[in-house]
Design a protein around this ligand. Structure first.
Ligand code: MIC
Ligand code: SF4
Length: 642
């Protein structure tokens, strides 16, 4: 039976379960990555698991998010990450080397390998044919300890590309088009597998832009075949030996098929405040742009920035527009410098930032009050830029550069001829010596911790009957940025759960923390797609620290659902979505958790009202994890049984 590429990689890594969409499977994980905002927790959990060396083929720890170093917290976290990496056999990438996904694509990602990362944009590596997935830090810690990664077997959607990008349309417009078509929950439970003759027309960095932002579809992963274009990319990186030709078998079936004619695409922008609100840039004509920001793991490659440099050469950006550029890696900077392309950027008035996430996660670079920002990033959630009333539009590098030059959005019909698509040089400068490789034996390495790094919480097992008040009714499309805001102040506290818990829902409902404390714990009631966005497990750990016992939602995003379970919070779905409107803050729900069994519906008693029927789509293991009070407790019990 001919197979698609995703199914082939899953089959080759299957350790448990049946390959039926929705059924739980366990996958062997070849590679892991972490970053500094989620990594400290992941390594604290890895230490708690108690193995003496990582058991993956490769694990890399990147420091790229928390790099402002305003005080001791970030540097202490980095010192912890560097020493814990050396002890347990993890490669460490120091701050400033680059953004985790860009670096992983350039230096480590391999066709046909499985990769999980404690960051939702890990599927960037799908640009070279890795099956790469975002996960919570604890799931990554367990994978580093050699455990399988459990997930619902995804459906595979074939995205058949025909034609080739023309005019000013860019790879970013492919994924913005798809987001407009499918919405931010259109990819839930699915892998987007790109196929068709249009694939060969896209370079690896273009492919990676598309797979990166598949995260915004809620997709489990996104993947391109590994072909002659991939070979050329890997060879330029000095990694031709990592190449392996991979594609779907001819005639392979997909669960769904979508066709995109690349030649029909035009420049698009995702309007505030969701990545799926795609409009044509021409429709925004005349809208003043106060800031343009180019970079992030979506659009910070050499070719992205070369396109921008060619557009800005001998020009000056509009005096009322601030232009920020954060290159994806030091390799990208070296390539631009070698070709004399940094000068046109600087001469045009651009501010060249460090090779980090920077403005994408609100680490500086916030727009003016009520300002419009054209960003090449992947998320435009309200307030994520650090300016609560800013309006962020997500665009391609060329669209952002043009907006910076003209100080406003204009019709692409007036932009003239686009620069030629940059060809990738046959050989690129290596930055491999910047990574810190672990010693063969970590026994003599001391792990250094600072005062911001607090020990893990110990959570109790779940009681047989749980009564708790509704602490929040949260609405639809609540992101993890709503649950736990980004930005320098809050993100610096990622290793300190008691401190960071004070910020839970702070932007959405500033009274939340005081209320849940006065309730002595609680239940979150939510609409569709609760927990979409980032993989930050702090959006589950913080609520659990404050006593959240359950989330009852119309639907849940995949990574967040897994994080809830990992920390012993019961995720339930409304059997009748209309019941959402019957629940209000302060009402007490009684959950018969003792009867938790896979598939067994639960009736939640409501004080002063009719019971709410909840669907429980948990597997046996997930029920056991929740009853144990979380995955670390469960893993401890399991190792006692072994
Ligand atoms: C993001 O883009 O939201 C982040 C910051 O990279 C997160 C991870 C985090 O919260 O640390 C993600 O995408 O998973
Ligand atoms: Fe960093 Fe932004 Fe990418 Fe998240 S989306 S990894 S914050 S660049």
């Amino acid at each position: 039976m001919p197979m698609n590429l995703t199914s082939k990689i899953i089959k080759a890594h299957l350790q448990s379960g049946q390959m039926t969409p929705g059924a739980e499977i366990g996958l062997k994980i070849d590679q892991t990555l972490t970053q500094d905002a989620t990594g400290t927790m992941a390594y604290l959990q890895f230490e708690a698991i108690g193995v003496d060396r990582v058991r993956t083929e490769l694990s890399v720890s990147y420091a790229d998010h928390n790099t402002l170093q305003m005080g001791f917290r970030n540097p202490d976290d980095h010192r912890y990450l560097r020493t814990v990496a050396a002890k347990y056999g993890v490669v460490y990438s120091p701050p400033g080397t680059g953004i985790c996904h860009q670096l992983h694509l350039e230096n480590f990602a391999k066709p046909g390998k499985t990769l999980i990362g404690s960051d939702s944009h890990t599927p960037t590596a799908g640009g070279v044919g890795s099956l790469a997935m975002g996960a919570g830090g604890l799931s990554v810690a367990l994978a580093m300890a050699g455990e399988a990664y459990n997930l619902p077997c995804p459906k595979v959607v074939g995205v058949r590309l025909t034609g080739r990008l023309a005019g000013w349309a860019a790879a970013k417009d492919v994924i913005l088009h798809l987001l407009g078509l499918l919405t931010v929950k259109g990819g839930v439970g699915k892998v987007m597998e790109y196929c068709g003759p249009g694939v060969a027309t896209l370079t690896v960095p273009e492919r990676a832009t598309i797979t990166n932002m598949g995260a915004e579809l809620g997709a489990t992963s996104s993947i391109f075949p590994s072909d002659a274009v991939t070979r050329k990319f890997l060879a330029a990186q000095g990694r031709e030996k990592d190449f392996k030709e991979l594609a779907a078998d001819p005639g392979a079936a997909y669960d769904e098929l979508i066709e995109i004619d690349l030649s029909s695409l035009v420049p698009l922008a995702a309007s505030p405040h969701m990545p799926d609100k795609a409009v044509k840039v021409s429709e925004l004509s005349g809208l003043k742009v106060d800031q343009a920001a180019i970079g992030s793991c979506t659009n910070s490659s050499y070719s992205d920035l070369k396109t921008v440099a060619l557009m800005l050469k001998n020009k000056r950006v509009d005096a009322t527009t601030d232009l920020l550029i954060s290159p994806g890696s030091k390799q990208v900077v070296k390539m631009l410098a070698a070709e004399g392309l940094l000068e046109p950027l600087m001469d045009a008035g651009a501010r060249i930032l460090e090779c980090t996430c920077g403005p994408c996660i609100g680490m500086g670079g916030s727009p003016v009050s009520g300002g419009v920002s054209a960003r090449t990033f992947n998320r435009n959630f309200e307030g994520r830029s650090g300016t609560q009333d800013a309006k962020v539009f997500l665009v391609s590098p060329a669209t952002a550069a043009m907006a910076a030059l003209r100080g406003q959005f204009t019709d692409p019909a007036t932009w003239g001829k686009p620069p030629r698509k940059p060809a990738l040089p046959a050989k690129v400068p290596s930055i491999k010596k910047l990574f810190v490789y672990p010693p063969k034996d970590g026994a003599g390495v001391d792990i250094l911790r600072g005062p911001n790094i607090k020990p893990l919480d110990k959570f109790p097992a779940m009681a047989g009957t749980v009564s708790a008040k509704v602490a929040l009714t949260a609405g639809d499309n609540i992101t993890t940025d709503h649950i736990l805001p980004g930005g320098a102040q809050v993100t610096a506290l990622r290793s300190n759960i008691p401190a960071i818990s004070e910020f839970i829902f702070s932007k959405l409902d500033p009274g939340f923390v005081a209320r849940i404390k006065s309730f002595g714990g609680g239940v979150i009631v939510a609409g569709e797609n609760y927990g979409q966005g980032s993989s930050r497990e702090h959006a589950a750990l913080g609520p659990r620290h404050l006593g959240v016992v359950a989330v009852v939602a119309k639907s849940l995003a995949r990574i967040h659902r897994a994080n809830l379970i990992n920390f012993g919070i019961l995720p339930l779905l409304f059997a009748d979505k209309n019941d959402y409107d019957r629940l209000s803050e302060g009402q007490t729900l009684t959950i018969p958790a003792g009867g938790l069994r896979p598939g067994a519906p639960l009736a939640l008693a409501v004080d002063g009202g009719k019971a709410v029927a909840a669907v429980n789509d948990l597997t046996q293991k997930e029920c056991d994890v929740i009853l144990a009070g979380g995955l670390l407790n469960y893993a401890g019990q399991a190792s006692c049984r072994r």
